[in-house]
Design a protein around this ligand. Structure first.
Ligand code: NAD
Ligand code: ZN
Length: 347
């Protein structure tokens, strides 16, 4: 390997799998930085890309360096870059936004319709080096180490969703105890929700939720009806707020049933296709539904870093750590569906 080459985990062929290859170190433009990657997180999205499902085939160009959850350090900067320095530890927003849409010009960068994702549409972070626009860089304070830095992207999904509605003193239902649902539970606890209840069909996931979220009530909806939980916990009508984080139609139905009149739902989970919804139930309960995509740029980053510096602890959601060379083990673990976050080390 020559010095201008790097190891990268590449979707090299339009078929199942990812391949560790040597690729040129990305060239940076005047507004970019070059980041030496320290750690990366494996996301459900990366599993879709590995599996080469319909969505991945429609979306991902081949060849592509995959991965979008990362922490590292700046090793080179374009001539226009200010306020950052070589050696600085950073993570960053993986959504590359345009600057022309009405939303972008209004400062609502997370609503820009021209957004392109690193590791999905553009060259990604599963590599020794990543090119990123300086605009997207988020410096890491000392209190946030590299492995937490590597999961800020999904923690950001959790924070964005959880902070969609006021949770102070409210009773919260989260459906889906994947890494994001669990981290949303921890955030809700941190900001002062009253009861935090989380459902999943997988006992390993419910056990992990218990480890990460203080005083959480975990429920397998196949075994326990949510109405029983509502009455056990002494709630009068039901949950005030729901965070849907499973992508399951059944979970959304249960959530609508278990909410109070005038309840609020933030939807992060992505259902596999079209699914039937009992709209009249939602209308008669006067429920507000908000779709949530990505993170608010950069308000979510600001809030999550502030919370991490002040007692929010999501580290136990990281259940597995591998060297990048052992990426197959990492993907196998994620594909098993019972792990928390899986982090790869690139140094
Ligand atoms: P995950 O797949 O690890 O977790 C989903 C969990 O839901 C699993 O543990 C599964 O057992 C559980 N589940 C399935 N059916 C259920 C049911 N009927 N009731 C309760 N739980 C059920 O996913 P994740 O990485 O934690 O992400 C959560 C969701 O958010 C996924 O749907 C993902 O695609 C989506 N997502 C959306 C965005 C966005 O920007 N909108 C970003 C990241 C992830
Ligand atoms: Zn992700």
């Amino acid at each position: 390997m020559t010095t201008n080459e790097m190891r990268a985990l590449v979707k090299a062929k339009p078929e199942v799998g990812l391949w560790m290859e040597h690729r040129p170190v990305p060239e940076i433009g005047p507004d970019d930085v070059l980041i030496r990657i320290h750690k990366t997180g494996i996301c459900g999205t990366d599993i879709h890309i590995w599996n080469w499902d319909d969505w991945a085939q429609r979306t991902v160009p081949v060849p592509l360096v995959t991965g979008h959850e990362f922490a590292g350090e700046i090793v080179d900067m374009g001539r226009n870059v200010e306020d950052l320095k070589i050696g600085q530890r950073v993570s960053g927003e993986g959504h590359l936004i345009g600057k022309h849409s009405r939303q972008s010009r209004a400062g609502k960068f997370h609503l820009d319709p021209e957004t392109r994702g690193i590791g999905v549409n553009e060259q990604g972070a599963f590599a020794e080096y990543l090119r990123l626009p300086a605009f997207n860089v988020v410096p890491l304070p000392d209190a946030i180490d590299d492995e937490i830095g590597a999961i800020l992207d999904p923690l950001g999904n959790a924070v964005h969703t959880a902070l969609s509605f006021d949770l102070v003193g409210e009773d919260l239902l989260i459906t889906g105890a994947g890494p994001i649902g669990i981290m949303a539970g921890a955030v809700a606890r941190h900001v002062g929700a009253r009861h935090v209840v989380i459902t999943d069909l997988n006992p390993d996931r419910l056990a992990l939720a218990r480890k990460v979220v203080k005083d959480v009530v975990v429920v397998d909806p196949k075994e326990t009806d949510l109405a029983a939980i509502v009455s056990d916990l002494g709630m009068k009508q039901g949950f005030d707020v729901g965070l849907e984080m499973s992508g399951s139609q059944a979970a959304l139905d249960q959530m609508v049933e278990a909410l109070v009149m005038g309840g609020r739902i933030a939807l992060l989970g992505i259902p596999p296709g079209k699914s039937p919804v009992d709209w009249s139930r939602i209308v008669f309960k006067a429920i507000t539904i908000k779709g949530v995509y990505g993170r608010e740029i950069f308000e979510t980053w600001y809030k999550m870093i502030a919370m991490l510096e002040n007692g929010l602890d999501v580290r136990p959601v990281i259940t597995h750590r591998f060297k990048a060379a052992d990426f197959r083990d990492g993907f196998e673990t994620m594909r098993g569906g019972s792990s928390g976050k899986v982090v790869l080390d690139w140094r």
